[in-house]
Design a protein around this ligand. Structure first.
Ligand code: ADP
Ligand code: ADP
Length: 228
């Protein structure tokens, strides 16, 4: 579970990125954050894995103050999928997937089995990935591997910051449906940033509408009142 309580973020230059931001993301829930550019979505995400610190307010992860976690322990338990496809270009696909599990000192066999399971879950044939480099894959395939890499070490929480925005509409739709299936199977706590309302409504158990550092509304998609 992720809880923000009256969080404020003022950057050193005086920009107020978040103002009294309170949000709860329950275990196994997928919450989409949506709002115009600059409304504070990325700031919110970066605070969840302590890339930045709040200026005021409290953040709890699984009922523990985020500040009381060892930073590695915290980050190993959070998978982050970014907009830019960010696979390590000089590593094979298998090596990319193994990065965090290896840091956690998982055994080879366990990493291998986990990789096969995840590849299968997102509809990729494991045999076609043997020894291949990221540059040999399409954008959609690379982004799928990015999702697998974030899931590899079985984190409790997954952060996705516009993960599909660089993709063509067809790959994008396919990946949205994969994420929905995946979420049903693995029931992870997911925060998903988008600026696409259709995507926010299609994916979110709850949609959090943001504007100028505040929450305008947070509700299940069918209960959202859309103000122009
Ligand atoms: P979003 O992800 O919704 O586009 P951000 O969280 O990136 O919004 O940014 C929120 C506000 O904070 C914007 O006005 C942005 O310009 C500002 N901002 C983001 N990062 C910094 C920073 N490092 N220093 C100063 N201002 C920042
Ligand atoms: P996004 O729209 O995806 O949130 P941005 O283009 O707003 O991304 O920000 C890209 C990077 O620049 C982020 O790391 C953010 O923290 C930083 N940034 C954004 N606005 C400012 C700003 N006004 N001053 C300094 N850094 C900023």
């Amino acid at each position: 579970m992720i809880e923000f309580k009256d969080v404020k973020k003022i950057y050193p230059d005086g920009t107020e990125a978040l103002k009294d931001f309170s949000l709860t993301v329950n275990d196994g829930e997928l919450v989409t954050l949506i709002g115009p550019s600059g409304c504070g979505k990325t700031t919110t995400m970066k605070m969840i894995n302590r890339l930045i610190e709040p200026t005021a307010g409290l953040i709890y992860i699984n009922d523990k103050n985020i500040k009381d976690y060892n930073i590695h322990e915290l980050r190993w338990n959070i998978g982050y999928v970014l907009q830019e496809i960010a696979l390590f270009p000089h590593m094979t696909i298998e090596e990319n997937i193994a990065v965090v599990p290896e840091m956690k000192k998982w055994k080879r066999k366990k990493i291998y089995d986990r990789s096969l399971e995840l590849l299968d879950m997102v509809g990729l044939d494991p045999s076609t990935f043997k020894g291949r480099m990221p540059s040999e894959l399409s954008g959609g395939e690379q982004q799928r591997i990015g999702v697998i890499r974030a899931l590899a070490a079985d984190p409790d929480i997954i952060l996705m910051d516009e993960p599909f925005s660089a993709l063509d509409p067809i790959s994008r739709e396919q990946l949205q449906s994969d994420i929905r299936d995946l979420q049903r199977k693995i029931k992870k706590t997911i925060v998903f940033v988008t600026h696409d309302m259709d995507e926010a409504m299609a994916l979110g158990d709850k949609v959090c509408l943001m504007r100028e550092g505040r929450i305008v509304q947070v509700d299940p998609p069918q209960e959202l009142i859309l103000n122009p």
